[in-house]
Design a protein around this ligand. Structure first.
Ligand SMILES: Nc1ncnc2c1ncn2[C@@H]1O[C@H](COP(=O)(O)OP(=O)(O)O)[C@@H](O)[C@H]1O
Ligand SMILES: [Mg+2]
Length: 293
């Protein structure tokens, strides 16, 4: 399987939000990481064929997805970033309705709904109104909807927003198992969502995919760039304005500051084991004064 983006651009009014996206995806989990406003949702909507690009092409196994139309869309499971529910729909109504839209046969739909409700932990809640669900339950219902027809391409936009830590772990396990022979694209600004399951992690900013690497490659790139420095609290304010700080912890009346710097900082710094989050902060250069934070 191969899904290919070739020089995709998209503008809203006169603002270009995608500036030439080219990439190739096969089976496995792809993580799309980037700050709010990077263009993740725009890219995802183009991939899900709910939005057309200005220029460029998207092909699936060599065929233009827009020419293929329904034939392409039959392969897609899509969880939009914002899902709204009809007031009087129960969880079951919503899934049955979604199954009907996908053209699923009734008996199979019923089986899949049962299976998926179990796997996302909603079996006991299917007869309740969606509008009475918590944010996490609505998200899990959305995930079940996206998985209904066993799509070859699963596209999830911020799937874990509103999920608690346990739900997040369960979600990761479902997706990992699912992606064995399928393509899953998952957008998020939460680094730990993709850290453990994505084969490839794309980092996107300002409408461009800036980096595509494995988690291990990002971490290797950060070796020798992450440090722990002890300093008094008074010094921290000034330091925060010049260095990328990924964590601060108080210990024995002092601050232990985790800092990202190319060279060893002064003050008895010791090297720390890097994480994907360090790479994210480093590559997006989260200097407070640069970002106005
Ligand atoms: N329908 C729209 N009309 C105008 N601007 C939009 C629209 N959708 C998104 N944008 C803008 O495009 C940029 C990228 O948005 P989006 O793709 O939602 O980013 P992300 O999902 O990474 O947060 C943002 O600056 C956003 O304000
Ligand atoms: Mg978005």
């Amino acid at each position: 399987m191969e899904l290919n983006f070739e020089n995709i651009t998209k503008s809203y009014k006169n603002k270009q939000v995608l500036k030439g996206i080219s990439l190739t995806m096969g089976t496995g989990v792809y993580g799309l990481l980037g700050p709010n406003g990077a263009g993740k949702t725009t890219m995802i909507r183009i991939m899900a064929d709910v939005l057309r690009p200005e220029k460029g092409s998207v092909t699936y196994n060599g065929n233009d997805i827009y020419a293929a139309g329904d034939e392409y869309r039959a392969n897609i499971g899509y969880l939009p970033q914002d899902v709204s529910f009809y007031d009087d729909f129960t969880g079951r109504d919503y899934l049955e309705y979604s199954a009907a839209l996908k053209g699923m046969e009734k008996k199979r739909a019923k089986e899949r709904i049962g299976e998926l409700a179990r796997s996302v932990g909603l079996s006991d809640d299917l007869n309740k109104k969606c509008t009475a669900y918590s944010g996490g339950m609505q998200r899990r219902l959305g995930i079940a909807q996206a998985l209904l027809d066993d799509p070859k391409i699963l596209i999830l936009d911020e799937p874990t927003s509103g999920l608690d830590p346990y739900e997040r772990i369960k979600f990761r396990n479902i997706i990992s198992a699912y992606a064995k022979d399928r393509l899953v694209l998952l957008s998020t600004h939460i680094v730990s969502d993709v850290e453990q399951i994505a084969a490839q992690i794309m980092m996107m900013e300002h409408g461009i995919i800036q980096h595509v690497k494995t988690c291990e490659e990002y971490i290797r790139m950060m070796e020798g760039r992450v440090w722990l420095v002890n300093m008094p609290a008074e010094q921290l304010v000034d330091y925060q304005n010049r260095a990328v700080i990924s964590n601060v912890r108080a210990k024995d009346g002092c601050m232990v500051v985790r800092v990202i710097e190319d060279a060893k900082p002064d003050g008895g710094a010791v090297q720390a084991v890097p994480t994907l989050e360090d790479a994210y902060l480093y590559l997006f250069n989260y200097l407070p004064e640069k970002n106005g934070r």
